[in-house]
Design a protein around this ligand. Structure first.
Ligand code: OAD
Length: 267
């Protein structure tokens, strides 16, 4: 199956790499289906990632995002992120579309990932929408456990409520620059992603459960327009049906193997 996938990759002119939380799992960033630890253990991410949660308890929600930003800041791109950047180097018409709010694709060398769900590094005012500075100091209450032998980072029980900064322009509360449940995706990013999916000849869906819309439409758009969809995920997902090939394995193991098989002997 890897052979067929690598042939398709080698022959593709326009590739879309569509990524979700599983892409960063092996960098130690928990997915949205993983149980949370520490202060967050009582919460479901889907409950914290809403405008209602921020209005009801801004310190809880801001503290959670600062904890996540700290986790990401101390994490490193994994071999899967590096392989995605290598695909872009081999196939210049590659577009990375991510649902992730971390910056690991950029740090691995992907040039301009399209961010459907915003970024942990772009806070803005919740009232006037003015961009706000990224807080310089990551909460000292945040600590990360040691890297386990299996490559997983075990976050120690941690986390704290934090008061969000105040907007210097209007005095409103600063919020994370991410898309919350019930909010619209950035229109320009969604349009760019749909356009890229409609034009591509191969879409790689990596580490996403494919259940959160409208982002989950992106692989569907590609399939409808005749592109081949190849999925990389250790588990079955909602995208299994539209994928021509389901490569069951982790991003950090399958993607480098795919790149090595597509372009043997090259970086
Ligand atoms: P999910 O947490 O829903 O799904 C993660 C997927 O990654 C699952 O299908 C896992 O099987 C898979 N996975 C786990 N480890 C993996 C690994 N090492 N390699 C490859 N795959 C692995 O994450 P998303 O699909 O990204 O939205 O979730 C979509 C959206 O829902 C998120 O962007 C976020 C969330 O709630 C918002 O916050 C708006």
């Amino acid at each position: 199956m890897l052979e067929r996938a690598s042939e398709a990759l080698r022959g593709a002119q326009r590739v879309v790499v569509f990524t979700g939380a599983g892409m960063s799992a092996e960098s130690g960033i928990p997915t949205f289906r993983d149980a949370m630890t520490g202060l967050w253990a009582r919460y479901d991410p889907a409950e914290l990632a809403t405008p209602q949660a921020f209005r009801a308890d801004p310190e809880l929600v801001w503290g959670w995002y600062e904890w996540r930003r700290a986790l990401v800041s101390r994490a490193q791109p994994n071999a899967g992120h590096v392989a995605v950047a290598a695909i872009e180097a081999h196939v210049p018409g590659t577009v990375v579309v991510t649902q992730n709010v971390d910056d690991l694709h950029e740090r691995a060398g992907s040039s301009a990932p399209i961010r459907l769900h915003g970024s942990l590094f772009a806070p803005r005012c919740s009232a006037c929408a003015a961009p706000a500075p990224v807080p310089a100091v990551v909460s000292t209450a945040v600590s990360i456990g040691t890297l386990a032998a299996d490559g997983d980072v075990d976050p120690e029980p941690e986390g704290q409520r934090l008061a969000p900064p105040i907007c210097t322009g209007c005095g409103g509360l600063v919020r994370p620059g991410v898309v919350w449940f019930g909010e619209s995706l950035p229109a320009d990013a969604l349009k760019a992603a749909v356009d890229a999916a409609a034009r591509c000849d191969l879409l790689l869906a990596v580490g996403t459960s494919g259940v959160v819309y409208p982002a989950a439409e992106i692989p569907e758009v590609a399939a409808r327009h005749g592109a081949m969809v190849i999925q990389i995920n250790p588990q079955p997902t909602a995208l299994d049906g539209i994928a021509a090939l389901n490569l069951r394995g982790s991003a950090a193991s399958v993607l480098p193997a795919l790149v090595a098989a597509a372009w043997p002997g090259q970086k």
